[in-house]
Write a protein that binds this ligand. Structure first.
Ligand SMILES: Cc1cc2nc3c(=O)[nH]c(=O)nc-3n(C[C@H](O)[C@H](O)[C@H](O)COP(=O)(O)OP(=O)(O)OC[C@H]3O[C@@H](n4cnc5c(N)ncnc54)[C@H](O)[C@@H]3O)c2cc1C
Length: 492
């Protein structure tokens, strides 16, 4: 049995009290705080363990956001779209992707140009078209995320504060204990949003959750049980390399395989918003981003391999002769550690059957091609824990099965579920209700009419989009969808 140390009870200062406390300022938490403040909540506190917002998207250098449109419809909007509207104004050269007006186009010249940039042409069978999948500069996004929070006077920010423990009264959460350079203190709140990505708060609240993701060596089967440390390489001509790559498939495959061998783990590079720089993504298999041994292994293994990879690229990469180390992400890339077992557990059967939910809070395409990339509905109950009241859990640790979580924990879904969590929390506070009794119709209305989040079956739902989705049967006729239904004994 492991040795234990019995911590003695002690008194903690109450640092502050608020309506809504958001723990974690990644894409989910940042969106949750903004949405709550904009929905009229008087006092929101946003607590973040590092000194900036964004989590994976800024500090982890995850530089690509997939599928902001389905065919010609720019369906992923709200705070996600606001990022790019703001970058258009303040740093227009900080990202690349097809224009909003170009999505769904299939002009052969444009298809050829954008096929050089991974993810910008739809893999939908028989229907190649342009996809808005931005590759962005994380430091510009960091500045924009700062500005968005500072413009909101009803948000108080606590930086370099690590939320460590929920304060519970029976099954109701009442606040969170945190550690900082000022010592151990507490914040009390009417509603708490756990947006730590690893369930740091909900895991100690008494609600059901599960550790880990699907264990596999094959990244194509499941990417969430893999850790990463992303870095960037400068001095290359990515588009020229990409042209070579597409015209020489055998040599390209060998080149890529060599990268894996030299690294000693699976790795590859992608565009990075500027033609001279690429970002190295990596997949260290069967690792958990909340396990200390796996964290150390990932940090050292990737950093130890960087000079070997640089040398190999200088000697062998077409258009890579002048490659140099541009920078290394300041924080570990965290894909998935723990998952909530919420009031609804999202599964691939939901995708294969085109499931519709009365409590839908996000309506997005994902990279999961079970339904050919058609939008899926994410319900409020996927961020609502069982048993515990006044706690919401948006972002990558939401409630989904081990396989499906990979497709619904991407940046747009983290922002979408975060934004919805913020509005739902604000409605709870304003109505004096709890998270299990929230007026979900009011939440949906605020999202659709005040916060630019398209949802199905609302007054302002785009009828053209619905018609096209109905014609496409919500993607339920793909071979993959049929297979999943057959395996579940559904024969339609
Ligand atoms: C290498 C890699 C590549 C990926 N590629 C893509 C891609 O191409 N496209 C895509 O859309 N998605 C991709 N993803 C997934 C996506 O980036 C994440 O799922 C998403 O950004 C997670 O957002 P989040 O807000 O839920 O969590 P996080 O980004 O992890 O944010 C959590 C935040 O909470 C803070 N925090 C954590 N614990 C505490 C605590 N106890 N107290 C206070 N603060 C805390 C963290 O510092 C962080 O800021 C990738 C992920 C990785 C790691």
């Amino acid at each position: 049995m492991a040795k234990i140390y019995l911590e003695s009870a002690n008194e903690l200062p109450i640092y502050d009290e608020c309506d809504i406390l958001v723990v974690g300022g990644g894409s989910a938490g940042h969106s949750a705080a903004l949405a709550a403040a904009r929905a009229g909540c008087e006092k929101v506190i946003l607590m973040e363990r590092f000194g900036y917002f964004g989590g994976d998207v800024t500090g982890g250098y995850v530089l690509m956001i997939p599928a902001l449109n389905w065919r010609s419809y720019n369906i992923v909007r709200g705070i996600q779209e606001e990022w790019f509207a703001r970058l258009d104004k303040n740093a227009p050269d900080s990202y690349i992707c097809p224009e909003r007006e170009e999505v769904g186009e299939n002009d052969p010249f444009k298809l050829q140009r954008w096929s050089l940039i991974h993810g910008c042409v739809s893999p939908e069978q028989g229907n190649p078209h342009l996809i808005r999948a931005p590759y962005y500069e994380p430091n510009h996004l960091k500045l924009e995320m700062d500005a968005m929070i500072q413009e909101q006077p009803n948000i108080k920010t606590l930086l370099h504060c690590w939320g460590t423990k929920p304060i519970m009264d029976g099954n109701t959460i009442k606040g969170v204990i945190f550690e900082s350079k000022e010592g151990r203190k507490a914040v009390l709140a009417k509603v708490v949003i756990d947006a730590t990505g690893d369930g740091d708060i909900y895991r100690q609240s008494g609600c059901p959750w599960v550790a880990g993701s699907l264990r596999t060596e094959d990244v194509r089967e499941n990417r969430t049980s893999m850790t990463a440390l992303v870095w960037r390489m400068g001095g290359v001509d990515y588009e020229a390399y990409s042209r070579w790559f597409h015209s020489n498939p055998a040599e390209a495959a060998a080149f890529r395989e060599n990268l894996n061998k030299i690294a000693g783990y699976r790795t590859n590079f992608y565009p990075a918003g500027s033609n001279e720089v690429v970002w190295w993504n990596n997949w260290l298999t069967n690792r958990d981003c909340s396990n200390l041994d796996d964290i150390r292994h990932t940090e050292f293994t990737v950093r130890n391999s960087i000079r070997r990879l640089l040398e190999f690229c200088r000697k062998n990469m077409p258009y890579g002769r002048n490659a140099y180390l541009y920078d290394i992400a300041p924080q570990l890339g965290s894909r998935c550690s723990h998952r909530l077992i919420g009031e609804h557990v999202y599964t691939k059967l939901d995708i294969a059957t085109g499931a519709k939910f009365d409590d839908v809070i996000a309506w997005h395409s994902t990279i999961n091609m079970i339904n050919g990339g058609a939008p899926i509905e994410i319900p409020y109950r996927s961020i609502l824990p069982q048993k515990v009241e006044n706690l919401l859990c948006p972002g990558r640790h939401l409630s989904a099965d081990a396989e499906t979580v990979a497709g619904i924990s991407l940046i747009p879904q983290c922002i979408g579920t975060g934004q919805a969590a913020g509005v739902a929390a604000a409605v709870c506070v304003q109505d004096g209700t709890t998270t299990h009794n929230v007026d979900i119709k009011r939440v949906q209305k605020i999202l659709c009419t005040e916060q630019d989040v398209p949802l199905p079956r609302q007054e302002n739902t785009d009828p053209e989009l619905v018609r096209e989705l109905e014609d496409y049967k919500y993607g339920t006729q793909t071979e993959a969808a049929k297979k999943i239904r057959a395996a579940a004994g559904l024969d339609w």
